[in-house]
Design a protein around this ligand. Structure first.
Ligand code: CAA
Ligand code: FAD
Length: 379
């Protein structure tokens, strides 16, 4: 068992760290305040190859491993989780799904521009009445022979107004339940496809979250992913990898808050000495460091299993469950260590605390991760 990163992995991590400091940190407070999508930063992330990291170079991707992906997600999320969620969705939900299950034509037309970051994508499973209960899709896709006709609404879609390509799940054969669901690739400019207003959120406020509306949207049959009825399995298989991305995002939010708290505790004095010398504070820091390391190892384990071609669904749910709970707990403690300064925006930790919460909700809530893990261990 090796705990050493390769030289290449270290270089990739350092490049992401540098990018986060120089490109993401300036303006991150304003983008959060004004709900500004980090468009210029996302463009540069694409140019650096971070939007299609694990895609085969023949489809214009970076050909990197999942461990490197965890490293990049951690570094970016230490500074700006609104930017890192774009990286997570584009890499592990959109590019992965197309590379693994798409046809050659779909890869040529859609994967290449997505992997090179020329455009970004969105993954559209959730609906107003189908979130955790993703099986009960209400959006319909009627089979018309050479095309499908889509009607319905998707909710909470990340990159909702910034994407050019949307992977959309919809029900074609209601009588077959989940076996009747299909997944489709939809171009942004397709007639009948409309984007709702941006959600005003607690955290990841720069991220672009919208509802999407489909009214008689004509989707050519060649834009269906996989066989008829493969859509739910497509979504579930794809989410297994997505959860590694969000686990690593949570890890980054936690380690970003921890690093700030550690620095602050050494600098801030009370009662004539640095607060880090107080056992109440140093024990908090010790617990934070230990929990973060536990979360990091789970993220690496899930990524390593994926890289080895071994089953990784249970491991990715464990990583997401643990890392998101660590993110929440660590960011709350980081605010506490900062005292009153932690409660104002300039010190960053209040934003990290707000951003942490979403990692317990999206790509399957903590309760759903427990359900997935319980089903695996009891089977
Ligand atoms: N791989 C392959 N197949 C799978 C699978 C997996 N990981 N998980 C389930 N399936 C298959 C099952 O085998 C079953 O097929 P068969 O009948 O042929 O065996 C079928 O799918 C139905 O599975 P279940 O009976 O387990 O379905 P369920 O209704 O009990 O629900 C669930 C399962 C795990 C709760 C699922 O609905 C789920 O994951 N819900 C959470 C949804 C979610 O994570 N949404 C995230 C949206 S994307 C997002 O949030 C992005 C972002 O924020 C940035
Ligand atoms: P519900 O499913 O209604 O859950 C409500 C509560 O009940 C939760 O605590 C839940 O854990 C609990 N619960 C439900 N079922 C069970 C059960 N069986 N056992 C125990 N507890 C249960 N979706 C996409 O498809 N694409 C995206 O890009 C995307 N981005 C998102 C971005 C943001 C900012 C947000 C807020 C959401 C996003 N989502 C996206 C949707 C997200 O995946 C869902 O919000 C999430 O899956 C939960 O669904 P819900 O909101 O309908 O909550």
């Amino acid at each position: 068992m090796m705990f050493e990163l390769t030289e290449e992995q270290k270089m990739i991590r350092d490049a992401a760290r540098e990018f986060a400091q120089t490109e993401l940190k300036p303006g991150v407070i304003d983008r959060d305040e004004n709900q500004t999508f980090p468009a210029a930063q996302v463009k540069k992330l694409g140019e650096l190859g971070f939007l299609g990291m694990m895609v085969d170079p023949k489809y214009h991707g970076g050909g990197m491993d999942a461990v490197s992906y965890v490293l990049v997600m951690e570094e970016l999320s230490k500074i700006d989780a609104s930017a890192s969620v774009v990286v997570s969705v584009n890499n592990s939900l959109v590019c992965y799904g197309l590379q693994k299950f798409g046809t050659e034509e779909q890869k040529e037309k859609y994967l290449k521009p997505l992997a090179s970051g020329k455009v970004i994508g969105a993954f559209c499973l959730s609906e107003p009445e189908a979130g955790s209960d993703a099986s009960s899709q209400r959006t319909t896709a009627i089979d018309k022979g050479d095309h499908y006709l889509l009607n319905g609404t998707k909710n909470w879609i990340t990159n909702g107004n910034s994407a050019s390509v949307y992977l959309v799940m919809a029900q074609t054969h209601p009588e077959l339940g989940v076996k009747g669901v299909n997944a489709f690739i939809i171009d942004r400019d397709t007639p009948g496809f409309n984007i709702g207003p941006k959600e005003n959120k607690m955290g990841i406020r720069g991220s672009d979250t919208h509802s999407l509306h489909f009214a008689d949207v004509k989707v050519p049959v060649e834009n269906r992913i996989g066989e008829d009825g493969f859509g739910f399995k497509f979504a579930m298989k794809t989410l297994e990898g997505g959860r590694i991305g969000i686990a690593a995002q949570a890890l980054g939010i936690a380690s970003g808050a921890y690093e700030l708290a550690l620095k602050y505790a050494k600098e801030r004095t009370a009662f004539g000495r640095p607060i880090a010398d107080l056992q109440a504070i140093s024990f908090k820091l010790a617990d934070m460091a230990t929990e973060i390391e536990a979360a990091r190892l789970l993220c690496f384990k899930a990524a390593w299993l994926k890289d080895q071609g071994l089953p990784y669904g249970e491991a990715s749910s464990m990583a997401k469950l643990k890392a998101s709970e660590v993110a929440m707990n660590v960011t709350v403690e980081a605010v506490q260590i900062h005292g009153g300064y932690g409660y104002v925006k300039e010190y960053h930790v209040e934003r990290l605390m707000r951003d942490a919460k979403i990692t317990q909700i999206y790509e399957g809530t903590s309760e759903i991760q427990r359900l997935v893990i319980a089903r695996e261990i009891l089977k």
